[in-house]
Design a protein around this ligand. Structure first.
Ligand code: SAH
Length: 355
């Protein structure tokens, strides 16, 4: 059978071409695009200014990605909400909604699982299942908007998955998300986080978008980084820093370094000194993340005093640094923990009671 077109992943131009080729007027495409990407409609049935017959035909002809909410957890501490969504093929992904004074942020997943293998991360424990489609990335944001009724101002691609390992879909997602005919989220309010796939970082630089690139650095020497992140065997810190400079050169955008502090592993004064050396030549910002311990590994958080001392040392050396506020600590906040719990429970039920 012919694969149905994933209509929510089409640009307005592509959708127009598709409609015109079906003998429809071009403005029909504009109407549908607005329903999908501005009014975030959950189905063709909601597109009430289109005829019933036309909507019916569309439902037969196209795949309309609309994620189903499996679970919502709300933090009693800060109102952060964690969403578990089911994809059409039964896989699940998670997204996080955070309420800030300067607007609401959504953190989305870019893949089902991940194959990067970072030692402290729960998302990668079962490897990669598959890439997410542009529509599946978008609809995490749209479904949350439908649910909360509030506008999303900022989007961070920092959930499960390595976005640069799903580059083409990521780029299409970014194009649709920031399109002036769509939800029109400002490029400056979008951050893409990578464990450091150098060729894709350079490719992204050449797109000359105004999005923020965040590099998950987490260690200051190749030797130390290899212990935490297998990707360090492939790309050296030197290559990463060159790619970061290139990104800044091409886009004028300040780089963010993410640095998860792991007690006794990467949080010493020497680590801080080495980080200053790496960061000083670049226009960057350091985001310190107290590591969120996962039960499968025995990494522990640096204590609060150590984290503050680390930050002070950076600041004294004119490196702009913040400590990431821990949002939703009471709701399986760390990357991939909610999804993992769900998959484990399902597996357990199946092993006891059969499929
Ligand atoms: N693959 C991308 C984006 C997803 S992870 C990347 O590596 O950047 C988002 C951020 O959370 C990364 O900086 C990642 O290293 C960090 N992270 C993952 N698990 C963590 C944990 N248990 N505690 C603290 N930070 C974690």
């Amino acid at each position: 059978m012919e694969q149905k077109i994933d209509i929510k992943s089409l640009t307005l131009d592509e959708l127009t071409e598709e409609m015109v080729s079906r003998g429809e007027k071009a403005f029909r495409a504009k109407q549908m695009y607005e329903w999908m990407h501005v009014k975030v409609a959950g189905s063709f049935a909601e597109m009430t200014n289109l005829s019933g017959k036309f909507r019916q035909e569309c439902a037969e002809r196209y795949e309309y990605i609309s994620l189903e909410i499996v679970q919502v957890q709300e933090s009693k501490i800060d109102g952060t909400r964690k969403f578990l969504f089911a994809l059409p093929d039964g896989n699940v992904v998670e997204s996080v909604w955070m309420k800030y004074k300067h607007g609401n942020s959504v953190c989305i997943s870019s893949q089902v699982g991940c194959r990067m293998g970072c030692r402290f991360c729960a998302s990668t424990l079962d490897g990669l299942e598959r890439n997410l489609l542009p529509s599946e990335m978008l609809d995490q944001i749209y479904a949350i908007t439908r649910y909360t009724g509030e506008r999303v101002a900022n989007v961070v691609v920092m959930g499960t998955g390595e976005p640069m390992d799903n580059y083409d879909n990521l780029l299409r997602f970014l194009t649709l998300l920031t399109d002036k005919n769509g939800l029109h989220i400002s490029q400056r309010n979008v951050t893409v986080s990578t464990c450091g796939l150098v060729p894709q970082m350079r490719r992204l630089a050449e797109e000359k978008l105004q999005i923020t690139l965040a590099l998950s650095l987490h260690a200051t020497t190749d030797e130390k980084r290899k212990k935490l992140m297998p990707v360090a065997f492939k790309y050296s810190i030197k290559e990463l820093m060159e790619a970061c400079s290139y990104y800044f050169e091409m886009t004028g955008r300040r780089i963010t370094f993410e640095y998860s502090l792991v007690g006794g592993v990467n949080d010493t004064d020497e680590d801080a000194r080495e980080l200053i050396e790496l960061a000083s030549p670049l226009c960057c910002h350091v985001n310190l993340i107290p590591v969120n311990p996962i039960k499968e590994r025995d990494y522990v958080q640096s204590d609060a005093g150590r984290i503050q001392a680390f930050k002070n040392k950076l600041e004294k050396n004119k490196i702009n640094a913040t400590i990431r506020r821990e949002m939703g600590r009471d709701i399986d906040g760390a990357c991939g923990q909610l999804r993992r719990k769900h998959v484990e429970e399902k597996r357990h039920v199946e092993s006891v009671f059969g499929n």
